[in-house]
Ligand binder design. Structure first.
Ligand SMILES: Cc1cc2nc3c(=O)[nH]c(=O)nc-3n(C[C@H](O)[C@H](O)[C@H](O)COP(=O)(O)OP(=O)(O)OC[C@H]3O[C@@H](n4cnc5c(N)ncnc54)[C@H](O)[C@@H]3O)c2cc1C
Length: 509
């Protein structure tokens, strides 16, 4: 091999690859990190998608990055600036009504009370219930995944056994129905993510991953300079620890010798030897493309193909002359941040219908839409006038049952604009330029199979220790991306945990 002597080679410079590289290097290991794209960060990047406007291409709010990782990597000291979004979420409805959720409990309750007084009181019980669940689960975010038995034991010791049992056996429709009466309120208080069906038994269980927030806390943050500021500062921390980083370096193969991972070969043909290899790519991409099938144990590929990556999303970006106008809903002049985060989610049945359309392989007719306007908080994103508005829309099938995403992208984007304009009257007329990313585009650009934003769907069969482990099927090979515990979002936890698992297992590496 042309190069030798690395203790660890990391395939992929997403944020988890960077976090794993940092911890291995800090423990004295010689680390090489190889990223296929010209920029580091994977799904956590800032790019100039429109001339003069810097956009968080995929992830657009920070809400789960672990404080320990921020501290260890010195991200705040390196200048990471976070802007807490408050009002947290604005919900508009087609009949002109609206509801604002604040970080402050009493203010949110006053808003909910305009719909239903009992629901306003129940909101405190709902938040308290998730607080108890967070106490049970949060300590497991930065450890090896626990078994259900371990979770139940801990829940018992904290008096939260009934909460965990209820989550394990309920659907989100049942769970919200036990607290609230108003259909709008039920849809306001949940995240409903990869499960894509609030009627599914067990949907309440994986909701826990989203409800417990970062280090148990809540709140969305707009990152000054976009989400890429996080990964740029992570890369800085890696370089300070001596990590060697190469971009435009796509790994074609993990080299296996005598049943052990021994290094990697790039698409260019260049080879690097390493004592161990970690993949930050998703499990399907990793095992489908990086290994010679003969190097994997019999039956392993079948298990990989059974992993679920069926829940897809759309990402839409626009430059607008004016921010989304919610003054008509508010019945007063708009403050600059009133509409910084808008969620169009009229009911749980809207989630259910969008999920059903996705499972049929159809573009969704009335998607759930998270609109975010980072320029309300961060004017460093552009020196020009106007606002950036990005939408994360639920759901979109990874593959259409008829036709291709490339052929339908324009029409689906136009329909999305028309749909949002039913709630935000100036939306269409104030758009100057826009682009839509489908699951196909996310896969092509970021390299995530099926555009599954958390590498594998967060569903009960892929949660906690049901997710693939850090240790791969070949000696000396590991996963360190969002396909492992605790899952996706910008948390840094999979990279942290994989590095610690390796350092514990291989004291001598
Ligand atoms: C559209 C979208 C919106 C999202 N919104 C949010 C949000 O607002 N907030 C939030 O917290 N999370 C959000 N997420 C989720 C979050 O961004 C991801 O779960 C997380 O960033 C994944 O990080 P990762 O490091 O595990 O993997 P990735 O970011 O997927 O990184 C993997 C890296 O590996 C590289 N790679 C793959 N194959 C190879 C190879 N053969 N050789 C070299 N390099 C390779 C890829 O190019 C990529 O850089 C969103 C994700 C998407 C896609």
């Amino acid at each position: 091999m042309a190069q030798s002597g690395y203790d660890a080679i990391i395939v992929g410079g997403g944020h988890n690859g960077l976090v794993a590289a940092f911890y291995l290097a800090r423990a004295g290991r010689r680390v090489l990190l190889l990223e296929r794209r010209a920029i580091l960060g994977g799904a956590c990047v800032t790019e100039e998608l429109f001339e003069g406007y810097k956009i968080s291409t995929c992830a657009y709010v920070m809400w789960k990055l672990e404080q320990k990782i921020r501290d260890d990597m010195g991200l705040d000291r390196r200048g990471l600036k976070l802007n807490l979004v408050d009002p947290a979420i604005f919900f508009p409805y087609e009949d002109g009504r609206c509801c604002t959720m604040w970080l402050d409990m009493a203010k949110t309750q006053a808003e909910i009370a305009r719909f239903n007084r009992k629901d306003a009181e129940a909101y405190a019980d709902w938040v308290a219930m998730w607080g108890r669940v967070a106490e049970v689960l949060t300590p497991y975010i930065l450890t090896d995944p626990p078994s259900l038995n371990e979770v139940m034991e801990r829940a018992k010791s904290l008096g939260a056994e009934a909460d965990i049992e209820r989550l394990l056996t309920s659907s989100l429709v049942d769970l919200t129905g036990a607290f609230f009466e108003d259909e709008r309120v039920k849809a306001m208080v949940v995240y409903v993510q990869d499960i894509a069906d609030p009627y599914a038994p067990g949907s309440a269980w994986t909701e826990a991953y989203f409800q417990i927030g970062a280090s148990g806390a809540h709140g969305f943050y707009v990152v000054t300079g976009g989400m890429g500021a996080i990964t740029q500062k992570m890369a800085e921390a890696c370089r300070d620890e001596g990590v060697e980083i190469r971009t435009d370096a796509e790994v074609a193969r993990v080299i296996v010798k005598g049943g052990r991972a021994a290094g990697v070969r790039l698409q260019s043909g260049e080879e690097f030897a390493g004592a161990i290899v970690l993949s930050n790519a998703d499990p399907k991409r990793t095992y489908r493309t990086l290994f010679d099938p003969e190097d994997l144990p019999g039956g392993f590929r079948k298990k990989v193909e059974g992993l679920k990556t069926g829940t897809g999303y759309l990402k839409f970006h626009a430059v607008m002359s004016n921010p989304p106008d919610v003054s008509g809903h508010l019945g007063r002049a708009q403050e600059p941040r009133d509409g910084a985060y808008i969620l169009i989610a009229p009911s749980l049945d809207h989630y259910a219908r969008a999920g059903a359309e996705m499972r049929r392989g159809e573009p969704c007719s009335e998607p759930i839409c998270h609109l975010q306007v980072p320029t309300d908080y961060d004017r460093t994103l552009t020196a020009r006038d106007g606002h950036i508005c990005s939408i994360w829309a639920l759901y979109a099938p990874p593959k259409l049952s008829a036709g291709t995403w490339e052929a339908q992208r324009q029409e689906v984007g136009e329909r999305l604009i028309d749909y949002v304009t039913r709630f935000i009257p100036n939306f269409k007329s104030d758009i100057r330029e826009w682009m839509l990313m489908t699951p196909f585009d996310i896969e092509t650009r970021v390299g995530i199979t099926d555009g599954a934003i958390r590498h594998l769907d967060v569903v009960p069969s892929q949660f906690l220790n049901q997710r693939p482990g850090y240790k791969g099927p070949v000696e000396g090979f590991y996963l360190c991306g969002s396909g492992t515990h605790p899952a996706g979002e910008v948390t840094g936890a999979p990279g942290h945990n994989a590095a610690h698992f390796i350092l514990h297992e291989r004291q001598a590496v």
